[in-house]
Write a protein that binds this ligand. Structure first.
Ligand code: ADP
Length: 256
């Protein structure tokens, strides 16, 4: 089996390769789309359907390359202390719209504050990716449950994270589940079991990268025919928002 470090190095080099290809590919797509627009202006309706098809395919390819670039981006993003519960609550509307009809979304946030040091939109991206995967695993409908809690990890050399307090986020579904082979590969970039126009295989690789960057870890529990639970741990920030400092100047003026 792969060592964790070897796997990380392979993901890193794949990421670099991917972003190089995506960048050049994007430029070519822009040329294709420009030409389509010119042709559409100059010709009659007899080729309109074909042009629409070309345009749709090119837009789909652009969507793919932008996901690639997002995945491969290693530049530092703006991080701040955010409350994971607030992130989940604020995302609920968007997530239920992404899920569509036939699937019920349940969110259970714990009563404690969960300050984590992270980029907010990347946390949104994690939720969206996991929820869309859950939806795709339930063609006949079902339930998606999002839950948060606090967990305390004790010293354990077998675990990938240091001892301490963590915010836990779980996303569970009662969908198809996955085989051991899929479970083994699902964080690999470009690994997908979906048809080419539905899956890029970059969703979970992106999630994996975001969680790792935030000093956390992601694990998966899955049973074929029963469902899947993704579990993410993010270090609880020891920092709290600073209390507004007492305004010494005002009080000294008042005193004087
Ligand atoms: P994509 O969604 O584009 O296929 P991902 O990296 O998000 O790429 O997922 C990789 C694969 O992992 C999926 O194609 C699917 O086989 C499997 N998978 C991910 N989430 C689930 C889930 N909740 N239930 C079953 N299989 C899943």
């Amino acid at each position: 089996a792969d060592s964790r470090a070897a796997r990380a190095a392979r993901l890193e080099s794949l990421g670099q390769l991917a972003s190089g290809v995506a960048h050049d590919f994007n430029n070519l797509l822009a040329i294709i789309l420009n030409c389509v627009e010119f042709i559409a202006e100059d010709t009659g309706t007899e080729v309109a359907d074909d042009l629409a098809r070309i345009r749709n395919a090119a837009h789909q390819a652009q969507e793919l390359t932008s996901q690639l670039l997002l995945f491969a981006k290693r530049e530092p993003t703006h991080v701040e202390i955010v409350d994971l519960n607030t992130v989940v609550t604020d995302a609920t509307d968007l997530l239920s719209r992404a899920i569509g009809a036939g699937i019920t979304l349940r969110c259970h946030t714990c009563s404690k504050a969960l300050p984590v040091y992270a980029n907010r939109s990347r946390l949104d991206q994690i939720l969206l990716n996991l929820v869309i995967n859950a939806r795709d695993a339930m063609p006949g409908g079902g339930f998606v449950a999002i839950a948060t809690s606090v967990v305390e990890l004790s010293e354990d050399p077998a675990q990938s994270l240091p001892a301490g307090r963590y915010a836990q986020l779980t996303v569970s579904d009662n969908g198809t589940g996955m085989s051991a082979e899929v479970k083994d590969r699902l964080f690999e970039p470009f690994f997908t079991t979906k048809p080419a126009d539905q899956g890029t295989g970059l969703g979970l690789a992106t999630v994996y990268g975001i969680v790792g960057d935030a000093g956390g870890a992601i694990t998966v529990d899955s049973t074929l025919g029963a469902g899947t639970t993704f579990r993410i741990l993010l270090p609880l920030s020891p920092f709290v928002r600073p209390e507004p400092a007492p305004d010494h100047r005002t009080s000294s003026i008042a005193a004087g």
